[in-house]
Design a protein around this ligand. Structure first.
Ligand SMILES: Cc1cc2nc3c(=O)[nH]c(=O)nc-3n(C[C@H](O)[C@H](O)[C@H](O)COP(=O)(O)O)c2cc1C
Length: 189
């Protein structure tokens, strides 16, 4: 798509937890998307552990599905926790499966990343590790604004809905920049 046509963004949460702060932040992003952007949320819970023997027999259906969703999206938004200063296994596993040839769908894909943590660092170490992985995959992650949500326990309600207004505004601002980022990449494509 080019110009001012509607932007279809795929959102992936790096947490499978029912009351995940990160899934809550992704739901908030879906609500806060600017005019002309819609965000669909992917399900990575059915993706099996990566196994080259399984791959040799054919991509599992859940992998085929997410690869197709990523390929079809104008942009990819990852909202993820940080585990042990790094990328959660369920998310890395999904990325590894989706990255397999032929035609790995991250190549040239406009991307944005966000993360929420009850601690003080707001997932920054995980975010920089994601950026490193996507150098190899040529996923085009927007540099700024960064959204690192620290102290998450005070910002979400009991159902992990994001209630903090300033954090919602930061997400909205990031998504406006992301729309510009996607359109700029489409212009040069
Ligand atoms: C295995 C594991 C490792 C964790 N490591 C970190 C970490 O390195 N940095 C951090 O800020 N929080 C860490 N945490 C705490 C998570 O940020 C916290 O559980 C958070 O709520 C997970 O995100 P979610 O609410 O979206 O599920 C870790 C949690 C788990 C289960």
């Amino acid at each position: 798509m080019t110009g001012d046509s509607a932007l279809n963004v795929l959102g992936i949460s790096g947490s499978l937890r029912a009351k995940s702060f990160n899934s809550g932040a992704l739901r908030a992003a879906r609500e806060l998307a600017p005019d002309g952007m819609s965000i669909d949320i992917a399900d990575i819970s059915r993706i099996p552990l990566y196994n080259g023997d399984v791959e040799a027999e054919g991509m599992p259906e859940a992998v085929v599905q997410i690869r197709g969703q990523i390929a079809a999206a104008d942009g990819l938004l990852i909202v993820t926790p940080e585990y042990n200063y790094s990328i959660p296994g369920v998310l890395k596993n999904a990325i590894d499966w989706a990255s397999r040839p032929p035609e790995q769908p991250f190549d040239g894909k406009p991307m944005a990343i966000m993360g929420a943590s009850p601690g003080g660092s707001g997932t920054m170490r995980c975010q920089y590790q994601l950026r490193q992985a996507f150098i190899f995959l040529n996923g085009l992650i927007m540099n700024r604004p960064e959204v690192m949500i620290s102290g998450a326990s005070a910002l979400f309600d009991d159902d992990a809905n994001l209630t903090d207004q300033s954090t919602r505004e930061r997400i909205g601002t990031c998504l406006e920049a992301f729309a510009d980022w996607i359109r700029a990449r489409q212009t040069v494509a």
